[in-house]
Design a protein around this ligand. Structure first.
Ligand code: ZN
Length: 562
C-alpha cells in the first residue's frame, strides 16, 4: 500500500483511557512476570497505534500547512498528548515498582528501566498545561516560518526555495538573498521575539514547577540523555574551542584564498569553490534512479530498503507552496514504514536527503523489522544522527552518479561543511544553555549573546552589512532552537563519530561498513557511549578525541589536496 492510501483514524482517547485502566489493574494483580509481559506488550501496541496515527497527521500537515483538517488533528494531538503521557507515567511507575522487576529487566533490558527513570524525571502532571502551551507555540513558529513570501529577483520565495540563491556562485546574489531574508525577518522580528520569549518562559516555568533550578536540567531529561551530562558537554565544548576552532580557521583562510576574497562573510561560509558549489545533475526522477542504484550496490540491506521505499512512495521531496520547510524522517511503526520529507531545490542538499535522511530511514527500517523489544528500536538523537551523518560519508563512493566529474568537488565541499558545522552546532547549544540559565534576558540581550558567541566560535566570519543577521538575528531561523531545545549538540556529537567512521572508511571501507552495520543493528539496545566504544572509537567527551580527528583529517586533506 502507498502512503497516500493509508487511512488516518484519530485515536479514541476515551477507549485508550478505559483499556489502560483495565491493563493497569491486571498488571497489579498479575501473578507472574509472564503475565505482566503480556500486558506490557498490549500497552506498548496501543502506543504504537497512537504514534502511527500521529505521524500520519504530522506528515499530511507538513505536506500542506494550509490544510485545516490536519492542522486541527495536530492541535488535537498536542492537546491530548499530556493525557497520554500521564498514562505512560502510571505505566512506567508500575513497571519500575513491579515485584517481578528482575525478571522483567532480564526479559526486556535494564536499559529500558533506566530510560523509564529518566522519563519520570522529564514529566509530571503539574506541567501538562504548559506542555500544551509549548506545543501551540511550536506550531505558531512553524507557521510563521513557512508563511515567508520573500520578494527576490522579481519572484517570491519561501526560505527553502531561497536556498539556491544563498549559495549562488555570484557573491552579490548570495548577499542580496541573505539580505532579502533578513529584511523579511526584520519585518517579523516582533513575532519571532515574542514566540521565543513565551517559549523560554513556559519552559522555565515547567522546570521550576518540577523543582529544578532551570530548564537546562529538565531539558536534558526531556532529551532522554542517559549516558552524558552538561559537564560532559562542557568538556566537549572545551575541545571544540581549543582544538577544532583553530583547525576551522586554518581551513577558512585557505577557502578565502581560493575564493579570492579578504574576509569570509556569512554568505561565503558554505561556498567552497569560486565557480559555485557543485550541483547534482538530472531530474528528481533520475536522481532517485541513481539513488536506487547506489543503495543496491552498497549492501543487501540498503538494496532491500530502497526498493521498499520507492514501492510505497515513502519520499516526498519536491518543494511546493504551502509545504513546510526543512526535511525530516519519521516512522509509521504499525506499517514498519519510514517516511522521508524534504524540499528539493536543485542544490547538493538534494543529494544529502538521499544520503542523510535515508541513513535515518535505513536504521528505522532495520529496527522496525528486527526483533528487539519495541522500546529498544528507538534511540537517542545523537545515535540517530550517527546513522545519517555516517551514511553521508559511506555514500561518497557513488557521488560520480550524481555529480559526474564534479564528484570530488562535492566531497571536498561536504567535508568543509561538516568541519565548519561543529563550532556552529556547539554554539547553538551553548546559546540555549545561556538563554535557559538566564530566562529573564530581553530579546535584545539574546541577540547580543548570539553575536558574542559568533565571535568566539566563528571568529573567521562576519555578518556585517546583512540585514537583521548583523543584529544577531541569525538563530531565529534555526528551527531547533524554537522547536527542539538542546537537540543541536546531538548533531555535533554525531558528526564527530561520523568523522571516526570516515577515517575508518578511508582506511578500510569493508571493515568500516561492517562496524557501521553493527552500530545500526544495535539500535537502542546500548548506550551511545557503549556504541561508540564498540565501534572502536574514542568517546567524544574524552580530551584528545577531537584532536585525534583533526590530525587525521589534516593528513587526509593534505594527501588528497582538498
Ligand atoms: Zn538527521
Amino acid at each position: 500500500m502507498k502512503i497516500s492510501e493509508l487511512k488516518y483514524v484519530r485515536p479514541d482517547i476515551e477507549a485508550i483511557k478505559a483499556r489502560s485502566a483495565e491493563l493497569f489493574e491486571a498488571f497489579d494483580n498479575a501473578s507472574s512476570a509472564e503475565e505482566q509481559l503480556k500486558i506490557y506488550n498490549e500497552y506498548i501496541s496501543i502506543g504504537e497505534n497512537v504514534s502511527t496515527q500521529s505521524s500520519l497527521a504530522y506528515i499530511r500537515f507538513t505536506l500542506d500547512t494550509r490544510d485545516t483538517f490536519y492542522s486541527g488533528e495536530i492541535e488535537w494531538m498536542n492537546e491530548n498528548a499530556p493525557a497520554l503521557e500521564e498514562l505512560n507515567l502510571i505505566f512506567r511507575k508500575k513497571m519500575l515498582g513491579s515485584k517481578f522487576r528482575p525478571e522483567l529487566e532480564k526479559a526486556l533490558s535494564p536499559k529500558i528501566f533506566k530510560d523509564y527513570e529518566i522519563a519520570m524525571k522529564a514529566f509530571s502532571p503539574v506541567i501538562a498545561e504548559d506542555c500544551v502551551e509549548e506545543a501551540k507555540l511550536q506550531t505558531e513558529y512553524k507557521k510563521l516560518l513557512s508563511s515567508a513570501k520573500i520578494p527576490f529577483a522579481g519572484g517570491e520565495y519561501n526560505i527553502p526555495q531561497l536556498g539556491k540563491f544563498k549559495e549562488s556562485p555570484d557573491r552579490e546574489t548570495r548577499k542580496s538573498a541573505f539580505c532579502a531574508q533578513g529584511e523579511w525577518m526584520k519585518k517579523n522580528a516582533d513575532k519571532f521575539d515574542d514566540i521565543f520569549d513565551r517559549m523560554v518562559k513556559v519552559r522555565d516555568r515547567m522546570a521550576k514547577k518540577m523543582g529544578y533550578k532551570n530548564y537546562v536540567e529538565l531539558g536534558y531529561y526531556r532529551m532522554g540523555r542517559d549516558c552524558y551530562s552538561p559537564e560532559d558537554i562542557a568538556a566537549f565544548r572545551e575541545q571544540v574551542l581549543k582544538d577544532w576552532v583553530p583547525f576551522v580557521c586554518e581551513r577558512k583562510a585557505e577557502q578565502a584564498e581560493n575564493l579570492g576574497i579578504d574576509r569570509i562573510m556569512l554568505y561565503d561560509d558554505p561556498i567552497t569553490f569560486k565557480d559555485g558549489n557543485p550541483e547534482p545533475k538530472g531530474t528528481p526522477e533520475e536522481i532517485f534512479e541513481n539513488g536506487r542504484k547506489m543503495y543496491k550496490e552498497m549492501s543487501p540491506l540498503t538494496g532491500e530498503f530502497i526498493d521498499f521505499m520507492l514501492e510505497h512512495d515513502l519520499f516526498d521531496v519536491i518543494a511546493r507552496e504551502g509545504k513546510s520547510g526543512g526535511g525530516y524522517c519519521i516512522d509509521l511503526p504499525e506499517y514498519k514504514m519510514p517516511f522521508i520529507f524534504a524540499n528539493f531545490n536543485g542544490t547538493y542538499g538534494d543529494i544529502d536527503v538521499l544520503t542523510h535522511e535515508a541513513g535515518h530511514a535505513i536504521a528505522a527500517y532495520k529496527a522496525m523489522n528486527g526483533n528487539l523489544p519495541v522500546e529498544l528500536r528507538s534511540f537517542g538523537m545523537e545515535t540517530a544522527e550517527v546513522h545519517s551523518m555516517s551514511m553521508e560519508f559511506f555514500a561518497w563512493k557513488w557521488m560520480p552518479l550524481f555529480f559526474g566529474e564534479k564528484s570530488e568537488e562535492y566531497c571536498a565541499m561536504h567535508l568543509n561543511n561538516a568541519i565548519s558545522f561543529i563550532p556552529y552546532g556547539t554554539m547553538v547549544d551553548y546559546f540555549q544553555q545561556c538563554v535557559y540559565e538566564n530566562p529573564e534576558m530581553t530579546p535584545k540581550q539574546r541577540k547580543d549573546l548570539w553575536l558574542s558567541l559568533e565571535s568566539k566560535f566563528r571568529p573567521y566570519m562576519s555578518s556585517e552589512g546583512i540585514a537583521y543577521m548583523e543584529e544577531g538575528g541569525r538563530w531565529q531561523y534555526q528551527s531547533h532552537i524554537y522547536e527542539r531545545p538542546f537537540y543541536y549538540i546531538d548533531y555535533c556529537l554525531a558528526q564527530t563519530v561520523a568523522f571516526d567512521f570516515l577515517i575508518a572508511m578511508l582506511n578500510n571501507y569493508k571493515d568500516a561498513f561492517a562496524r557501521y552495520d553493527r552500530f545500526v543493528s544495535a539500535a537502542g539496545s546500548k548506550y551511545f557511549t557503549e556504541l561508540v566504544a564498540d565501534a572502536g572509537f574514542m568517546s567524544p567527551f574524552k580530551n584528545g578525541a577531537l584532536r585525534h580527528i583533526t590530525d587525521e583529517l589534516k593528513k587526509f586533506a593534505e594527501k588528497e589536496n582538498i
